[in-house]
Each structure stands twice: as structure tokens, then as C-alpha cells.
Design a protein around this ligand. Structure first.
Ligand code: SF4
Length: 187
């Protein structure tokens, strides 16, 4: 588990400004922590399927400090914003989607699996480019959800399983956190 220090180091420091160091920004000093990959909606960008943001104060602070890079896998996969809600079908998960067995469908019954896979691969590309070791991803999303996702019935019911991007990043060795994991951490 990432330490609290890794999430808050540099807060309030003049060097914590974007582009400053320490902080893991691309221009940061050698040996600095690499940037954390974060869901763009948590940083306040209006990227959700309804065209809304899901701002999280701690994630936004990481971005302000130049210590995070943003991705929206669904946009990177070529989907528009706003877009239809989508869920991983019943009985499947991000893992089975990656393995070619599960599918992701939208509320009109459209198969959007290929867009979700493409978005996951693009997010992984960004993570590798930046050297990210940790990702903070939006809970319950069919792309970004960690450990709990909607059950494929569009009824608001949750079940165990991760989103497609969260699962791919985990398979590639990143530590995955949700914004809910940040609760109770300082500041
Ligand atoms: Fe994009 Fe992930 Fe946020 Fe959905 S949860 S809007 S895919 S960043």
C-alpha cells in the first residue's frame, strides 16, 4: 500500500507548484517519485458518461503539485462525452474482458468492449511513459473501478470485480487505489 507520505509529500511547499520539484513531474529531479496516474474525472474534468466531473480534493492537490497525470480511459478509447452508460455484462469482470471472454455493453445494447480495451491499453501506455507505479482511479466505473463494479443489470447493484483499465494496470504491476482509499489520509 502506498504510504501517506507519498500522497502528501510537498504539500504546502513552494516547490510543490506545477513543474516544481520534488514531486515527480516530468521535469522533476532525478530520483523523484514518478507521477501517480489518476482518473481525469477525479481531477475535476467533466469526463463522465453524463458529462460531469467527480472532483476529489486530494487528487486535485496532487495534480496542482505536478505529481499526477490524468487519463480518461473511455475517452482514450474513442467514446464521446456525454455517452451512454455502460456496464460489464453479468458474470463477467474487467479480468474476463481482458481475457477475451467478457463484454461491455451500453444501455442501448451496443457492444463497446473494443473501446474499453483500447482505452485501457492507452492508459497503460501513459502509465509506462510516465513511469507511474500507483494509480488512483474512480470507484465503481466499468473502466476505472477497483474491486467493486456494477453488476451489468443497470440497476445500481454492485458486485465484486474490477473495471477493465484498473485490472490491466494491476496486471502490469501498478498499485491501484480508489478515491475512497484516500479517505482518512492527511491532509
Ligand atoms: Fe473516465 Fe474513468 Fe472517470 Fe469514467 S471513471 S469518466 S473512464 S476517468
Amino acid at each position: 500500500m502506498v504510504s501517506d507520505d507519498r500522497l502528501v509529500a510537498g504539500a504546502g511547499s513552494p516547490s510543490g507548484s506545477p513543474g516544481g520539484s520534488p514531486g515527480g513531474s516530468p521535469g522533476g529531479s532525478p530520483g523523484a517519485e514518478p507521477p501517480i496516474l489518476v482518473s481525469a474525472c477525479l481531477a475535476g474534468l467533466a469526463t463522465t458518461h453524463t458529462g460531469a466531473a467527480k472532483p476529489n480534493r486530494k487528487v486535485m492537490e496532487l495534480v496542482r503539485q505536478g505529481r499526477a497525470i490524468l487519463v480518461c480511459p473511455e475517452q482514450l478509447g474513442g467514446l464521446p462525452t456525454p455517452r451512454l452508460a455502460a456496464e460489464i455484462v453479468e458474470g463477467a469482470s474487467g479480468a474476463s474482458v481482458l481475457d477475451g471472454e467478457g463484454r461491455v455493453v451500453d444501455t442501448a445494447g451496443g457492444d463497446v468492449t473494443s473501446s474499453y480495451l483500447r482505452g485501457a491499453r492507452e492508459a497503460l501506455k501513459a502509465a509506462r511513459l510516465a513511469g507511474s507505479k500507483v494509480a488512483i482511479l474512480k470507484a465503481r466505473s466499468p473502466s476505472c473501478g477497483k474491486d467493486r463494479i456494477h453488476d451489468g443489470t443497470f440497476s445500481g447493484t454492485l458486485r465484486d470485480g474490477s473495471g477493465v483499465t484498473a485490472e490491466l494496470l494491476r496486471r502490469e504491476g501498478l498499485e491501484i487505489l480508489s478515491e475512497e482509499d484516500l479517505e482518512g489520509r492527511d491532509p
